[in-house]
Write a new protein. Sequence first.
Length: 215
Amino acid sequence: MDLSEVNHVVFTHSHSDHLNTTEICFRLREMASVIQKKDKEVMEIYGNDAVRDCIMEIIAKDPHVDLTRMRFHRIQKFEPFRIGHLKFTPLKAYHKLDEEALIFVIEDGRSTLLYANDTGALPEETLDFIEQQNIKFDVVSMDTCRGILDGDTHMGIRENVELRERLRRMHAVTPDTEYYLNHYSHMCGMIPQEYERLVDQEGFLLTYDGLSVTV
């Protein structure tokens, strides 16, 4: 992938393993590389207030950043927005409790994805919104950072199973819905091969770097 062609970035929250403000600065100036375009594309950035504040704090320390090459879009839970042919609907996550961390429903007019990465068990207001909007998912991607351990602001296999069953009761999924587990980490209490066998028994796919999913 040519990252110079990526001009829209959507952030879930401001944790530093998800928001690298330094690399945003690199993109807004001629730093690590030169983008070979006569007219520099504007980097469209979507995030909550905390994401904006983190970005602006680091930009204020870099006199070489060209702010005309960035446009920030403030997003909030349950307020949809569009990027090209994709519709994003932010949902409230249970994560980084001092800000409005988000997950997303992503639609392209044919298929619908629940992007529920980096969150604990979903808040009731998020589940209520999904049910009230009669959303049906073709693909569900879930955080599984805690593995076989107790869930917290991340999910584990128990919360993954519980969320799938809740979505089934809400008729938000179908027998053909595919389930992928993401954000697997050292916290889970099992090595990847062990955990992969466990989640396979539940009909889940443990994801890996470079995986492509066709819906």
